[in-house]
Design a protein around this ligand. Structure first.
Ligand code: CIR
Length: 261
């Protein structure tokens, strides 16, 4: 197991009834509440099966998107960062993570300028990419780069394809040498020097996968992607996510993960 995936702990937030009103870029129907609850429970169970100790936070009914805890915060063994998410309805979400992060991390930093979503931050073995998107502006990316530097991480700001919600909607780290990326993002060349696995045609919706220790969580509806990811030193776990995907859920954004101790 490579150290970058060697997480021990995770924080998630359980969905409340308001989750069905979560933001969605392409419009579309609400997911069913039962479907979201079942898929979220399956995700939490998969994190536990992968070996993580998972802390589940209570729902926040006033914030339909609050289950996506990795947009208003980022965590590292060295400390946590409260971000300013770029969607107005999500801007205050970080305040509801403050106490739990302060209790669990030695340092808690706070972004004060611009906007940045954690979904735009792809942590690579040697640095972090911060993607510019409709949610993360340049001022926010630069402010975040400064905060990451305080924690000992260097960062590079990158363009994200315009139709993509977040950088990690279109890319994921598979192992220390290998990145999964949609064809447009792969063509941008930002992953030069890495082995790039291009998401099979028609399966771009599955590009956000999550490696946790020796497991890669992948959407069950992406058979060619599941086949592609077999053979990178990890077990591929296919999870149903069709309902939660209606509010643009990714596997990375539904938890904060770190290596404790
Ligand atoms: C939103 O639009 O903010 C949520 N409905 C989905 C956020 C997904 N987060 C992510 O990809 N990092």
């Amino acid at each position: 197991m490579t150290r970058i995936f060697d997480f021990t702990d995770a924080i998630v937030r359980r969905p409340g009834a308001s989750v069905v009103k979560g933001l969605r870029a392409g419009g579309g129907a609400d997911p069913t509440l039962d479907g979201v609850l079942a898929e979220h429970a399956g995700y939490v169970a998969a994190l536990r099966s992968a070996g993580l100790a998972v802390q589940e936070l209570d729902p926040l009914e006033d914030f339909p998107d609050a289950i996506f805890v990795e947009d208003p915060a980022l965590v590292f063994p060295e400390g946590a960062v409260l971000l300013r998410p770029g969607a107005p309805s999500r801007e205050a979400e970080g305040q509801f993570l403050r106490d739990v992060l302060a209790a669990r991390f030695p340092v808690l930093l706070e972004q004060r300028e611009g906007y940045a979503d954690g979904g735009d931050v792809l942590v690579m073995p040697d640095f972090a990419y911060i993607g510019l998107s409709a949610r993360t502006d340049r001022a926010g990316a630069e402010a975040l780069a400064g905060l990451l530097a305080e924690l000992g991480y260097s960062a590079k700001v990158a363009e994200t394809p315009p139709e993509v919600l977040h950088l990690k909607t279109a890319s994921s780290l598979i192992d220390e040498e290998t990145v999964l990326a949609t064809a447009p993002l792969a063509a941008s060349g930002i992953f030069a020097g890495y082995r790039v696995l291009v998401v099979p045609e028609g399966e771009d919706g599955g590009a956000n996968v999550l490696r946790v220790r020796d497991t890669i969580l992948v959407g069950a509806g992406y058979p060619r992607l599941i086949e592609l990811l077999d053979g990178y030193g990890a077990r591929v776990a296919a999870l149903p996510n069709a309902e939660i995907a209606k509010i643009d859920a990714g596997f990375t954004c539904m938890s904060l993960r770190w290596r404790a101790g």
